[in-house]
Design a binder for this molecule. Sequence first.
Ligand SMILES: Nc1nc2c(ncn2[C@@H]2O[C@H](COP(=O)(O)OP(=O)(O)OP(=O)(O)O)[C@@H](O)[C@H]2O)c(=O)[nH]1
Length: 430
Amino acid sequence: MFSKIKIDKHKKTNAFDVLTFLLAILTACIMLWYQLGMNRDLVIDANNATARVESDKSEGGHSRVSFVKDNALIMRCTIRRSQTYQYPYCNLIVELTEKPGLDLTKYNQLFVTMQYQSTAPDKIRIYLNHVFDNQQTTTTYPFKMNLYRFNAENKIATYRIQLSDFVVPFWWICANKVDSAHSEFSNVKNIMFSTGESTKPRDTEIKIFKIALRGKWIEERNLYQGLLYIWIVWIVSGLSWKIYQLANEQRQLQKHSRNLLKKNKALDNKSRVLQEQAHHDQLTGLYNRSGLYNALDNLANNQFSLLILDIDHFKSINDELGHDVGDSVLKQLASVLKTRCRESDLVVRWGGEEFLILCRNTDIHQAELLANKLRLEISQTQFTIGRRITCSIGVAEKTTQSFDELFKQADLALYQSKKTGRNKVTVYQS
Ligand SMILES: Nc1nc2c(ncn2[C@@H]2O[C@H](COP(=O)(O)OP(=O)(O)OP(=O)(O)O)[C@@H](O)[C@H]2O)c(=O)[nH]1
């Protein structure tokens, strides 16, 4: 009878939670993958590299340099002082590309596998030489030198250098007459290994076995930003979906509640009708026994009198004219009783041709008067059957006795009326 509202909230919540959990796992996997892998590598092997050497000779220096390619790029250099050039050096230049330059911004680490020997201690310099691709540059040099200095050991070792640790050397800033300069890697032509800044005469050897550049497929910032956006979109969509679901459920509940109210009202009406029917006699419409007992509950402390009215020789009407005619007499008599009694009186069909009239706030004398009035009225009523109908009445007053006792007293009085000739009113005498 009642419609069920389908709110599968639990299932929906679970699906959202499971998907959120999966997204969290996926996020963790991506972050782990990023830390352990997701690398892009550019490897320059000594055997395949294009390299050359140079010394300060071109600038008036006396240093000597030689180059050998034998499983490694080997530069041997003798640093010598000179009167004409005061910064002696040797350079081993490894070309990255034949084209103008390589974009190294996608890389963040430089790995160099090398060995360094020197008769006097000094640092090594690595330059990443960025070439300016427009001809309008105002600098003295056509390239920007990104420098990193470090102590190399006299054994084969791999050095890991962050590209962010490269700086533009002070002499380059001075030579180009600029206030400051930031390292730049978008168009790097070559990697240059240079002897240190010491002017002390010495013999040095630099062996380069392998150069590698490593970067991530995606920048760390972009990755975390992307993940953040995905989570924001997910949470906002999830919340919107939940709000939509809640609104939907609320609508359903409101609809259901309206339906229930309607049904409740209909049931109330039906119950009222059934209650009315249960308390009334179907033939006459008067109260029945159940209606009387229901009314008695509210009359416990009230003063009232009881009349029991019984039609005289009713059986003969039934026998002679038929049951239907008898029914019509009962209906007509009920109508007379209803019309003649007060609103506050309770007119009851007790059963068969017997009626009870319960008169509120009525003493025995008033009740007797009413009984006689009714008896007279009935005896003078023109019944449709065209026969005179009379009735006998017994009257008793409620004092302290129970209703059953009161009924017995009125019934005794009725019996007296019948016994002494009918069409009579008898008042119970205790
Ligand atoms: N038509 C009809 N008759 C009923 C109904 N209920 C009871 N009766 C009849 O009422 C008659 C009552 O008869 P009795 O108890 O002998 O009483 P009476 O004939 O009125 O005789 P007294 O009461 O002694 O005057 C019976 O014939 C019942 O069948 C009813 O609902 N309709």
